[in-house]
Design a protein around this ligand. Structure first.
Ligand code: F6R
Length: 251
């Protein structure tokens, strides 16, 4: 696992998007990128929107979707992706789990789809409880795409996108940890102090299902991009190495 500590949100978006862009350029024959939603990738999508690169050879596949929200609901991840990326950038094809379908059947269908596509690069955020996609603490590391019950802390964290806590769905369809680990390359972005403890566990803690992101240590090509606030609980040596890695990167 490699990591980089950047100065601010602009650098974080710049580094992550550069890595994505390089991959897209390196695969003119076609490729698949796994996408995330939430606050973490917003800056990355802003960089993407400003770029005029041709993405007609790129297929996208999102990590997750709430169960029960109509696709055009303002808080569905379908709407999120439309608003922040798909209305601006034209891809070959884009897939997101359908939260209105039978969740168990949809999970199986989506797992097959992701397996057939094969993900070349997966963009990830991290929950303050260490979740990746909606794989909450306690989820076994080998899970496939499945229906998951969101923890109260995740529902509260995501309440900012909804009017009331009661409006936040209780379930989601999510790629499993096993599904995510099959991606050839992973780029995880984290910012803000509320991620600091999860980030410390991921980089310096023991591997445990209680912090799902700790499995990423076993992925052969994962880059973690952190701002100073999310890196605050790391040891001085880990921080030093992360800052040096950023200095070597042109952004
Ligand atoms: C979103 C997702 C989640 C988020 C995580 C962090 O598709 O899978 O794992 O990446 O909850 O959310 P933000 O970025 O809003 O802090």
């Amino acid at each position: 696992m490699r990591w980089m500590i950047v100065r601010n949100d602009e650098d974080l978006a710049c580094v992550a998007y550069k890595v994505i862009r390089n991959e897209m350029m390196a695969h003119p024959e076609g490729m698949t990128i796994g996408l995330a939603t939430g606050s973490s990738p917003m800056g990355v999508y802003e960089e993407w929107r400003k770029d005029d690169i041709d993405c007609s050879h790129v297929t996208t596949v999102n990590l997750d979707e709430y169960v029960g929200l109509p696709l055009d609901h303002p808080n569905s991840y379908h709407s999120f992706m439309q608003e922040y990326l798909f209305d601006y950038v034209k891809f070959k094809e884009s897939y997101i789990p359908d939260g209105t379908a039978d969740p168990v059947e949809e999970s199986a269908r989506y797992e097959d789809l992701v397996r057939k596509l094969g993900v070349d690069l997966q963009l990830l955020g991290i929950g303050s409880n260490g979740h990746i996609a909606f794989n909450e603490p306690g989820t076994p590391f080998d899970t496939k795409t499945h229906v998951t019950r969101l923890t109260e802390s995740t529902r509260r964290a995501n309440q900012r996108f909804f009017e009331r806590i009661e409006d936040v769905p209780v379930e989601a369809i999510t790629m499993g940890i096993g599904t995510i680990m099959r991606a050839k390359k992973i780029v995880l972005v984290a910012s803000g102090e509320r991620k600091a403890e999860a980030v410390r566990q991921m980089l310096e803690g023991e591997e445990t299902t209680e912090c799902p992101a700790t499995i990423l240590k076993h992925h052969e090509d994962t880059l973690v991009i952190l701002d100073e606030a999310s890196a605050a609980s790391l040891s001085e040596e880990t921080k030093r190495r992360g800052r040096v890695a950023f200095e070597a990167f042109e952004c």
